[in-house]
Design a protein around this ligand. Sequence first.
Ligand code: ADP
Ligand code: MG
Ligand code: ZN
Length: 606
Amino acid sequence: MMDDKIPQQKKPLIYYYIIAMIVLLLLNIFVFPMLTGMQVQEVGYNEFRKMLEEDRVTAVEKDDTMYVFAATDDRGVERYYKTGLWDDPELTQLLLDKGISFTEVIPTQASPLLSFLVSWLIPIMLFIFLGRMLSKRMMNGMGNAMSFGKSNAKIYADTATGKTFADVAGQDEAKEALTEIVDFLHNPGKYAEIGANLPKGALLVGPPGTGKTLLAKAVAGEAHVPFFSISGSEFVEMFVGMGAAKVRDLFKQAAEKAPCIVFIDEIDTIGKKRDGAGFSGNDEREQTLNQLLSEMDGFDGTKGVVILAATNRPESLDPALLRPGRFDRRIPVELPDLAGREAILRVHCKDVRMEQNIDLNVIARATAGASGAELANIINEAALRAVRMGRSLVSQEDLQESVEVIIAGYQRKNAVISEHEKRIIAYHEIGHALVAAKQTNSAPVQKITIVPRTSGALGYTMQVEEGETVLLSREEAFNKLATLTGGRAAEEVVFNSMTSGASNDIEQLTRMARAMVTRYGMSDKFGMVALEQVTNQYLGGDSSLACSQETASQIDEEVMKLIEQAHEKALGILRENRDKMDELAAYLLEKETITGDEFMAILEKE
Ligand code: ADP
Ligand code: MG
Ligand code: ZN
């Protein structure tokens, strides 16, 4: 991710102003009066008259509010005094008689130029200065609020992202498609000669964590052309019209820097289908989308601006975005296969110190369906575990354990489980394993454990496929159902009771059986009819029924029938192998965790 670093927020300017004001206020109230007060002493008018009579006064000055006079004090030192104005008509005569100099201060007439400066120009300049400082600060701090319409797409030139195709493992098709684009940017002449047009845009589509963003960064690393990257959510911002302005700005920048690549991550945030219904926020988004569409039409392909975008919700994108001339190339970035997983693990192992004899293939086989991000996480968890254990190298065991942490959570070593319940759990797990082992076409058991996990799992049986299969036959699917019912079936056979422990099995079981009926065309009753549609392929795979109410209830019946058959099969297997089940369960109870090999050894022993 290319994240937006927000600069460290300094104390707001207003804070300093307030402090300055308080200091000034304190000076005004306490300090200045003290200074001036020390020099001029205030006295009563009678005192003034008395000093006059005593001939101690040497000079008098009158201003608007008081008399200020100089007089010698008791010790013969001349000092300044002041007193309030008093309506005293005899004063003038008295002063004249005594020959004391007296005067009224002429109010100072400030020069008009100076007063203009002081009262107008300086405050205005002050305000302009403050305003600039504040706005600068706001631009830095709040980012987009004040930077009207300026896109903050960052420029990534050359290897600024530090990623290359070597960092992306297992996405060979996607890499190939992108290599072509990179190549075009390097020498467009080759393509122009033949008359081929560069695709204007390519859309990376796939489930979360498969490396779409990573691929785009790698393109930047490989292309050696400027790379503008922006996330869809950055378009959706505070002011109406901002999104559109940003798009405009982005493309203007891009056109100046051509040839270059523009990458819009999570494009579904702005590229959603436009529809009539919706709340007010839609207006803004629609404007942004319209702007994007028209910009994409606007620039000509020969300039060498290529737009990449990534999303995991392609079905929600507006069709206008997907038509030729816009994102006319769609690059699937799917979950990695076995070889891909191993390659991804290898890439992430590069920077981790490992023991010599690490077998990544085992880990790859145990992580069917994991995304690149999850695999990266597994390696990191293993490294953390090694540190926790005080080792300096990561071991195979760390990797194994971290796979389980990702699947089922951490071990709950001190969970209190009664002996009786432990027995039930042991039989339940052995039930799964035994049913799996006694069927052909089902993946071998790799590990059985009854150590509880933080995810709530009380135990589990891990099955790992030998290699990779891309097809699921009807037998295999049915065997999976039987294996999943095996846990509950064991409880029934041994304890003649049922527990809530099978709830997760039941959930998986039902989903599987439903898919067999409604999507894989594996039921006798319906045959090859699609009764369900997957609506959200890359995000969980929700599906919605596409049939009548009546058919829906028949589907339910069919699903129940299928599960019942699987259940019967499991019960049969377990009853037949009751002795082995007891032996295995006792062994598991004692050891808590056993490997697939130990399991098979006991099973095959005469
Ligand atoms: P998304 O497809 O959701 O954009 P990202 O590109 O953000 O996924 O991938 C997240 C992280 O997963 C990457 O930073 C990288 O560490 C890891 N990863 C995902 N796919 C791969 C891959 N094919 N090869 C190597 N690492 C991968
Ligand atoms: Mg991403
Ligand atoms: Zn179970």
